[in-house]
Write a protein that binds this ligand. Structure first.
Ligand code: KG4
Ligand code: ZN
Length: 340
């Protein structure tokens, strides 16, 4: 079964063709970096307008990359939640028109579930596993039982981890995207000069939850208070201290989830999975503890159409199919077990 996947939930405009949920025939992802760089953050109105201008071209490029014509498509899958409503609507409208025109089934896909499915498109991972999803919009620690069965163990109670990177970078004018700039700068810094506490290390029901707004405020407003090292502290030291606090916080919860569930596989997804300190940290802990830690290739970690097509295949296989009244949603409701 050949499924076209469309992803426009934020600032990536991505279309892919995937066969039987695993074989990526072709994918094209257009990234709106230049469009949002002057504002050092994604501007929703600019994102949706740019998707409108790009989507037809990206679709044709994706078909060409896959080496197929539209008539070979068996179904169309599209992200419907969560995300920026204006951006989601562009992808959904295009998907509806295409499915209707071709006379093939349409299926709406949850973006979070799709991120957790993404690793299956490179080297298949056996279920169940612990998933760590870290991006500009999401921070989640989950137990993934199957493509459609995900249990949210913990999440952020305020900002997403990538959002914290982006806001700190914006405040200090370090570059855009902020996470990339901080990662680079932190490599020249000493993380011991600034020590930021883990403010939200709860026990009980919230033992896997994280919080970033306190850390972000501490880094922005009270940096002198957390300075422990002597000498001339630099911006690189601050970046390194912030990065270590931000990353350690999710790593600690992920390891809690591993200990509590007894699972030995950890899969990391989302744009922040590119962070070099996160990678080094989880890789070395994984090695010491005998864990199988997987970082899918970056084109599958950040927002992409292939993960939408891949999960769409499983939804269709479970009997799901949506009508032309399909709508988008900014958020996901029913949090701990959000998906049927
Ligand atoms: O998954 P993604 O492309 O889009 C969504 O947010 O869904 O993730 C983008 C986020 C941004 O916040 C960006 O700053 C962050 O990922 N990011 C990084 C790194 N590369 C991208 N954060 C930390 N270190 C990096 N190397
Ligand atoms: Zn995403």
């Amino acid at each position: 079964m050949t499924v076209l996947g469309i992803e426009t939930s934020c600032d990536e405009c991505s279309v892919a063709v995937v066969v039987d949920g695993v074989r990526v025939l072709g994918q094209r992802t257009a990234v709106q970096l230049e469009e949002h760089a002057p504002y050092r953050g994604v501007v929703p109105e600019i994102a949706s307008r740019t998707h409108t201008q790009w989507i037809v071209g990206v679709y044709h490029d994706a078909l060409a990359a896959a080496g197929i014509v539209a008539d070979s498509l068996d179904a169309v899958a599209v992200t419907t939640r969560p995300g920026l409503v204006g951006s989601l609507v562009v992808g959904l409208s295009f998907a509806k028109a295409l499915a209707y025109g071709l006379g093939v089934p349409l299926v709406g896909v949850d973006h979070i579930l799709a991120h957790l499915y993404a690793p299956q498109l490179s080297t298949p991972v056996e279920y169940p596993f612990v998933g760590l999803l870290v991006s500009g919009g999401h921070t989640m620690i989950v137990r993934v039982n199957s493509p459609l069965d995900v249990e949210v163990l913990g999440t952020t109670i305020d900002d997403a981890i990538g959002e914290a990177f982006d806001k700190v970078a914006k405040y200090y004018d370090l570059g855009y995207p902020g996470g990339v700039a901080i990662d680079r700068l932190a490599q020249e810094g000493d993380p011991d000069v600034y020590r930021f506490p883990d403010a939200y290390l709860h026990k009980g029901d919230h033992r896997y939850d994280v919080s970033y707004s306190g850390l972000k405020t501490a880094v922005i407003n009270q940096r002198d208070q957390f300075r422990t090292g002597g000498g001339n502290a630099t911006m690189a030291d601050l970046a390194a201290g912030f990065q270590r606090a931000a990353v350690d916080s999710v790593v600690k919860r992920t390891l809690r989830a591993v200990a509590d569930t007894g699972l030995a596989t950890v899969v990391v997804g989302g744009g922040v999975a590119a962070n070099s300190y996160l990678r080094a940290s989880l890789d070395s802990i994984g090695m010491k503890r005998g864990l199988d830690v997987r970082f899918p290739p970056m084109e599958l970690c950040s927002d992409n159409g292939a993960m939408i097509a891949g999960l769409g295949y499983h939804l269709l296989g479970s009997g799901r199919q949506d009508g032309l009244d399909l709508d988008v949603a900014a958020r996901v409701s029913g949090f701990r077990r959000p998906y049927p």
